[in-house]
Design a protein around this ligand. Structure first.
Ligand code: UDX
Length: 452
């Protein structure tokens, strides 16, 4: 199929390279000159495992351009994958989605049918607004255009984006007409039937079953995205709430999570207690859902509570440091991990940013390490001065405490004995319960985890 994708962020670029790998004829549009020049050189502007290798494989067929007018008229299917940043009141700003829809409607042929797919995460009802934008432009042009607006939410997990795209749990499509469902079924056929040869670096998981394509109405599809993210966010907040009580009563939350996760109604995933969620989705999407609810005059106390618990985790960890160090002012604390989760350079809404700001405000000398997110963190924290270290051993040298914030694989393999020896006081606060308390204590650390 001839496809145009508007936006080359995490969602747009991943979708573009995957669809190109599946032999669709893909052009991606982005107005950002820096991103485009990297893409024209065949370089990925985002850090995501496997994306560069896949881009190398499809570089002779995929195209990138700044111009909607150049590519939309000949496309069969157009996807909007632009950002929906939060407004001041938390609601998602759909301005870029509507702008893209307007630009598309301005250039499409009057006598051709197009499927317009909204992939961006958008408030419930956006599909109708986009259809109105399109109709208004057609009226202005005095033409009878033919665009089916479809909602196809993306469940991309950063760090696992390609895995999720090739081997999804499900594909959700919301539309009001059967042609749109057929177009999306055709688009995703190689994935729905798993007829493609997997990339060498991403074999098909052994127990993988063919994914269902769930068809529904557009409002429900938009709601599914928010409800899925909010449910996962509150699952994590729930285990973090239990973790706090575990600390008070002497239980171990990792054991509790194992015990409840074995109940198939609960399931073991997303029950890792720690510093809670950050990233571009859960903070923004839970706020946006509350915005949708506020507009409807509906209260969502569970979602509110999930947010409160999540952001409290960042304060509680600073209190743990204060408790163990007695006073924070003048102390040197080493931070391990800045990205909001491992395998990404993304620091949006990362717990590290809030925690570092709190520590600096208390007069702490902060040293930080991250294998790839340091440049992004430096930018996000440009208002404060901290020391960025190229390796974990310089972070710990003569430090009063170490605080692990992101569970990068390389931290699992650190030589704890060596670290403990070179610290002023060997205190390890494990914000993600990465280490076995016994191993850390055997290495000479005073160990404090979350909920254990
Ligand atoms: C999420 C959803 O998983 C994805 O489907 C949606 O499209 C976008 O939002 P992402 O934000 O990339 O994806 O990351 P995810 O792996 O879901 O983790 C989000 C946050 O939760 C991270 O900060 C992670 O550290 C935290 N987390 C996750 C926990 O604290 N405990 C867990 O058990 C799992």
């Amino acid at each position: 199929m001839k496809i145009t994708i508007i936006g080359t962020g995490y969602v747009g670029l991943t979708t573009a390279v995957v669809l190109s790998y599946l032999n669709h004829d893909v052009t991606a549009v982005d107005k950002d000159k820096h991103k485009l020049s990297l893409l024209h050189e065949g370089k990925s502007p985002i850090h995501e495992p496997g994306i560069q290798s896949l881009l190398d494989e499809v570089c002779h067929t995929i195209r990138f351009t700044p111009s909607v007018a150049e590519v939309v008229p000949d496309a069969e299917l157009i996807m909007i994958a632009v950002g929906t940043p939060p407004k001041k009141n938390g609601e998602a700003d759909t301005r870029h989605v509507e702008e893209a829809a307007r630009e598309i409607a301005e250039v499409c042929h009057p006598n051709r049918h197009y499927t317009l797919v909204i992939k961006s995460t958008v408030p419930i009802g956006t599909n109708k607004r986009v259809a109105q934008v399109v109709d208004t432009v057609f009226e202005e042009r005095g033409i009878q255009g033919n665009i089916s607006v479809t909602s196809n939410p993306e469940f991309l997990q950063e760090g696992l984006a390609l895995q999720g795209a090739f081997y999804p749990d499900r594909i959700v499509v919301g539309a009001n007409n059967v042609n749109a469902f057929d177009a999306l079924r055709h688009l995703y056929q190689p994935i729905l039937e798993q007829t493609f040869d997997p990339p060498t670096f991403l074999p098909r998981p052994a127990a993988y079953h063919l994914p269902p394509m769930m068809t529904t109405d557009p409002n429900s599809a938009e709601m599914i995205k928010y409800a899925a993210n909010t449910f996962l966010a509150l699952k994590i907040s729930f285990i973090n709430e239990i973790a706090g009580l575990c600390e008070d009563v002497g239980a171990d939350v990792t054991e509790v999570a194992r015990g409840i996760g074995l109940d198939s109604r609960i399931g073991p995933r997303f029950l890792r207690a720690g510093l809670g969620w950050g990233g571009s989705c859960y903070p923004k999407d839970t706020a946006a859902l509350l915005g949708v609810a506020a507009q409807a005059g509906y209260e969502m106390p569970i979602t509110e509570a999930a947010r409160t618990v999540n952001f409290e985790q960042r304060k509680r960890i600073v209190e743990k440091l204060r408790y163990v160090l007695k006073t924070l002012k003048g102390k040197t604390i080493g931070i391990l991990g800045l990205a909001f989760k491992p395998n990404t350079d993304d620091v949006r809404e990362a717990p590290s940013l809030d925690i570092i700001r709190q520590l600096v405000a208390e007069g702490v000398n902060v040293r930080a390490h991250d294998p790839i997110a340091m440049p992004n963190a430096q930018q996000a924290l440009s208002e404060i001065t901290i020391e960025y270290c190229e390796d974990v051993y310089s972070v710990s040298h003569n430090a009063d405490a170490l605080l692990l914030i992101t569970e990068w694989e390389l931290y699992h393999r650190m030589d704890l004995r060596k670290l403990a020896k070179q610290m002023k006081t060997p205190i390890l606060i494990d914000g993600r319960n990465v280490f076995s308390p016994q191993d850390a204590m055997d290495a000479g650390f005073h160990y404090i985890g979350v909920g254990r």
